[in-house]
Design a protein around this ligand. Sequence first.
Ligand code: ADP
Length: 398
Amino acid sequence: MKQVTRETMEAQKYADSIQLPDTEQVFRNIKNAKRFAIDIGGSLTKIAYYSTVSYRKVLYNAEKDGAAVTDAGDYQYESSEIERLHFVKFETKYIEHWLDFIRNHLMCTKESMMGKSIKATGGGAYKFAELIQQKLGLVVEKEDEIGSLIKGCNFLLRNIPDEQFSYSRHEDPEYRFINHEPNIFPYLLVNIGSGVSIMKVEADDKYERIGGTSMGGGTFWGLGSLLTKAKGFDELLQLASAGDHRNVDLLVKDIYGGDYSALGLTGATIASSFGKAMHHGQSKGDGPGFSEADLARSLLFTVSNDIGQIASLYAMLHGLKKVYFGGYFLRNHPVSMHTISFAINYWSRGAVQALFLRHEGYLGAIGAFLMGAEECGKKKILNLYWFIHVIYVYPPTY
Ligand code: ADP
């Protein structure tokens, strides 16, 4: 296991969402992209694309071995091209804008794309197939959403170093990265996107969607937009980080005056989410006693706690010990990961482990990408072993 500081992870977490005017920057490597896949969800569209990137490696000058290097002339360089998988996401409501941008700035001509295809997954692969074909001239090859998610997840678990980790706020280190295991199965995959899908995965080709809940990332974003003035998901998450849920939630100690020891419930346990807001608007004079930030945090707890409990129950029902979380909702955010880990541990009495993924938001796009790559038999991309050597997966850019 490798220790990673909070700072390392924090670097990933609050980066701005992609702004539309930054399209040149976002697609900086796309001009020489060789293959694309797109996952069009209810909230976000995720693109995985593969391109080569030139880089220069500094080699130490053998003649001066051991001596201090004084200027650039003392170095030797090795230039090479490496192949990488890049990721981009944008809000699905802007899909027309993005397709126009790609057509106008990144494609040679629409005619040159005629007859070529793109792998697409997610509900939008169906909803927007005609639009994509009409704007880009590409044939949309639809791939099943669940199959793509699982393929992407299996690939990451097998091939990408430091992909999976557990999170424990009160331990040092908080993040524990888990090494590859020869056998990744069986596991439960809980994909928290706009809604939540829960899959039992027993082998590459043996999986089933065994459950789900409509209370997911879309609920947090939607209700959060109703309850606060936050502009967008990132602001909502920032509010939640700053808030204090105890001003909004009714705790065990608010009812019992302390712990409920007979049931092993501490006074700090949430008895009723948003319970303290029940008399909101009825009393005149003093303010509500909670802020927008408190509301956002309480909402994040409500959604994460429930998903954690449901995931834990499904895992125990099916005798599974590992639960992986995918989808764009978590964002590797400590508050959500802590709540989910706590709920899983509490309800399973430590029998089930919550595990998170660095590329959690891109499982479907990676899976669809791999399906396209595998079909390209001529280039022997079918050979996954070869694939491992040529693709390095970038840390996601949020
Ligand atoms: P879907 O495929 O249903 O769009 P995703 O896995 O892409 O699902 O997750 C979408 C959810 O991710 C949103 O509903 C929201 O809760 C969360 N999210 C995280 N970051 C952002 C962001 N920058 N913009 C919008 N939603 C975000």
